[in-house]
Design a protein around this ligand. Sequence first.
Ligand code: XMP
Length: 326
Amino acid sequence: TWTTGSIVEEQVAAIRAQVGSRRAICALSGGVDSAVAAALVNRAIGDQLTCVYVDHGLMRKGETEQVEKDFVAATGARLRLVDASERFLTALKGVSDPEQKRKIIGREFIRVFEQAQAELIAEAGAAGEDVAFLVQGTLYPDVVESGGGTGTANIKSHHNVGGLPEDIEFELVEPLRQLFKDEVRMVGQELGLPDEIVQRQPFPGPGLGIRIVGEVTRERLDLLREADAIVREELTAAGLDREIWQCPVVLLADVRSVGVQGDGRTYGHPVVLRPVTSEDAMTADWSRLPYDLLARISTRITNEVPDVNRVILDVTSKPPGTIEWE
Ligand code: XMP
């Protein structure tokens, strides 16, 4: 029968057969799929796997720690953390255009990952080992969408460590290829990953970088992180995590409005709440959150987050609005 335990056993055996005594690399994104794929491969080959996590500084509060501490504690996986936040912020300086932001973040991400990868390969090579595999969290719907192909990934290295070949060819390890999202979550649970990772809602790769309307700066990221943490905390406390697909919180950094707080006039920024209900993110409806919950969130954000003096609710469906603002 098709039990979660049997899926794990079967995949562990398949991964061992595929990788043998060689080594594998996995990029962790903080998302469910890469975490479960990595945990599965780690169960199979242990220290022959190295996970690489690029911290671009655009994650939400606590998310990097979830990977750094909770994921490692739950799996014992060998992790290489690359703190690249300074580099991303520098590259994003002065950029407000959403497409431009996405391009820059994507480009920097690949460069940083490839650099870490090249270093790992060089180190393994010095020890006489062969890094031949790249782990990917490809799911069944991704396989169907892309026509079912599998095989190798050809990674071009822009930042090669001296002496490495220009192109490194990896064989792919894709242990989730037969699974749907809910099955991936069950496998993750079976492998002992915490709920914060396994039940995580979707979050865009470019992170908070596309939830600041305007230029991305460290100060603005800090504000948004605080507001976002309050929203997530209150949604969880209200028991709405499963009902809501996701709830982006957006900082309108280029907009200011007048307010009054305590004895003084304020001139701060609004944040937008974008709670949506959806099946697959292709279409979405705005979530009818209880008024009391909205009131609590609004009070907390304006009290606890400096420089934010207004909370706005987005009541647009998709279409015509997208889920994210950028
Ligand atoms: P939109 O805004 O297009 O979002 O309605 C649909 C879903 O995709 C997520 N999203 C992204 N995910 N990289 C990602 O990995 C991206 O650049 C990106 N843009 C949007 C979004 O959070 C929603 O779940």
